[in-house]
Design a protein around this ligand. Structure first.
Ligand SMILES: Cc1cc2nc3c(=O)[nH]c(=O)nc-3n(C[C@H](O)[C@H](O)[C@H](O)COP(=O)(O)OP(=O)(O)OC[C@H]3O[C@@H](n4cnc5c(N)ncnc54)[C@H](O)[C@@H]3O)c2cc1C
Length: 477
């Protein structure tokens, strides 16, 4: 195994002996080496500046484009690298660990948006043209889903809608958070479908370009991932041509389950693992150099510090192994990330394992916060200061837990699904929990029950009338 280098010097963090290099192909190993070099010379110095001055990492994207990384998932015939899920996880982890976590998260969203476009590109010339210019034009994409009214339930866009108009669609999107908002060149946005009738599982996706959105980057300021610029976004009644609908009408839930969720969960988990490894690297560098003259020992010579580092490596490598295993599974079920399988619109091989992707995100986000905290302890007061960069890794890693699906939501999804079945998750608030309903009604006295019954009858009559009006409008009477 070769020795890891950093700007031609020996790397001061963990060497390859603690990296699962055996999962990479020779081409992926070569790409990783080039990327580490780029991190040392370009991405890492920019990370410091990005964090300090809230600078969007476009320069880092230009560097990534020089290695063809914006088109990482794009097939060779469309000028991309045609790489697989394992490679996507490796690239994100490498950027977060050695380069810049903010850039890594913007890149995660770019990959998610690229996957959503590739999923439905087979018969869409607009998407095909877009996918062929990613590296050449440093054409950065992102995902705009989260709604101000529904918080981290990003699959529930109550403030957004779309309508069929002459020659295309009129899109209204209001997003509370969008990585790269105002800086990205293209956005995949999700709204309710043009024929929306109150069923929030009826969602559609649209391709919107940078000059069609309104963003407020001046308002962005956050604890960590400060270059990420995840601000608000508004698409204010913009009319787009028919081909800018990504996939058929009502394809939103399928797009979520087959591409947006799997790619976001896989790649963001790789980002959290990269941040954890980056913190361990810094701790190794510092504790092996800092000496205590009175006892004649380095900080790394104390067994307590060795225990911290040993546990951090094992926990993080457990999480990395889990993430790469899911990448391997995704490669297996998609014929090594072959997008042509989606010419059949019903092909959804990744979606069957959604509950596994939830688990990797929970574990990686939980681990990164703990590891960064312990590595800061290992470095002592020196780690508390900005120049060592460990405090930045700690702040950046904190985003893992709160990014949707949040770890509270994921923990409950997995437990509830295991105990009560997948239908109990009820993403769009459609099924009645009879147990809760009867238990609450049971508490009412006869007068209370009569009052509730009257209210319900009144509401049912209003609902009937509203349905009748809708039907009449629909039939043109
Ligand atoms: C750095 C960063 C980048 C982001 N980038 C993007 C992006 O590119 N695109 C995008 O669409 N969004 C993005 N988001 C938004 C993100 O996915 C979430 O929507 C957002 O973090 C939710 O914040 P909130 O304040 O609305 O949380 P809330 O949803 O209000 O959560 C508050 C608390 O309630 C808990 N909670 C919420 N629902 C439940 C539940 N059902 N059961 C139990 N507990 C619950 C949460 O876990 C949390 O503890 C980003 C967020 C961050 C931090």
């Amino acid at each position: 195994m070769t020795t890891k280098t950093w700007a031609s010097e020996k790397f001061s963090g963990l060497d390859y002996e603690f990296d699962p290099q055996w999962i990479l192909t020779p081409a992926q190993t070569e790409l990783q080496t080039k990327l580490i070099d780029l991190c040392a010379t370009v991405l890492r110095p920019n990370a410091v500046e990005s964090d300090r001055s809230l600078i969007y990492p476009r320069k880092n994207f230009e560097a990534l484009a020089s290695l063809g990384l914006l088109g990482l998932l794009v097939p060779n015939v469309w000028a991309g690298l045609g790489e697989n899920h394992i490679c996507a996880a490796m690239v994100v982890e490498t950027i977060a660990r050695y380069g810049c976590p903010s850039t890594a998260m913007c890149y995660v969203m770019h990959l998610g948006a690229t996957a959503a476009a590739l999923f439905r590109a087979a018969d869409n010339p607009e998407l095909q043209a877009l996918l062929q210019r990613l590296d050449q034009d440093v054409f950065i994409g992102t995902l705009s889903y989260s709604d101000p009214e529904t918080g981290s339930h990003f699959w529930y866009p109550v403030s957004s809608k779309a309508a069929a108009v002459n020659g295309g669609w009129q899109v209204n999107k209001k997003a509370s958070w969008t990585t790269s908002a105002g800086f990205a060149d293209w956005y995949i946005v999700q709204t309710t479908s043009p024929d929306f009738d109150g069923n929030y599982s009826n969602l559609s996706c649209f391709l919107i370009y940078g000059d069609e959105v309104k963003a407020e980057p001046q308002k962005w300021d956050a604890l960590g991932l400060r270059g990420n610029q995840s601000g608000t976004l508004l698409v204010d009644g913009v009319t787009v041509p028919t081909g800018r609908m990504v996939g058929p009408k009502g394809d939103g839930a399928s797009s979520n389950d087959e591409t947006v969720d799997p790619f976001f969960l896989l790649c963001s988990s790789a980002c959290w693992n990269g941040i954890a490894m980056g913190a361990i690297d810094i701790a190794k560098m510092h504790t092996t150099r800092k000496k205590h003259v009175d006892v004649g020992m380095r900080v790394a010579d104390y067994p307590t510090i060795q225990d911290y580092v040993g546990e951090a490596i094992m926990d993080t490598n457990a999480s990395r192994a889990f993430v790469f295993q899911m990448g391997q599974l995704m490669d297996q079920v998609t014929n090594n990330c072959d997008w042509s399988i989606h010419a059949d619109l019903s092909a959804m091989p990744r979606a069957a394992y959604l509950h596994w992707y939830w688990q990797i995100k929970f574990e990686a986000a939980k681990n990164v916060a703990h590891v960064c905290d312990k590595m800061l302890h290992a470095c002592g007061g020196s780690g508390f200061k900005k120049d060592m960069e460990i405090e930045r890794y700690l702040r950046d890693g904190k985003a893992g837990w709160v990014m949707g699906p949040t770890n509270e939501v994921l923990r409950q999804f997995v437990g509830k699904m295991a105990l009560l079945g997948i239908e109990s998750l009820d993403y769009w608030n459609q099924s009645v929990n009879e147990r809760v309903l009867h238990n609450e009604v049971k508490k009412l006295d006869p007068e209370g029950k009569r009052k509730l019954a009257e209210q319900l009858l009144e509401q049912a009559a209003k609902d009937d009338a509203a349905t009748k009006v809708k039907t009449l409008i629909g039939t043109g009477v």
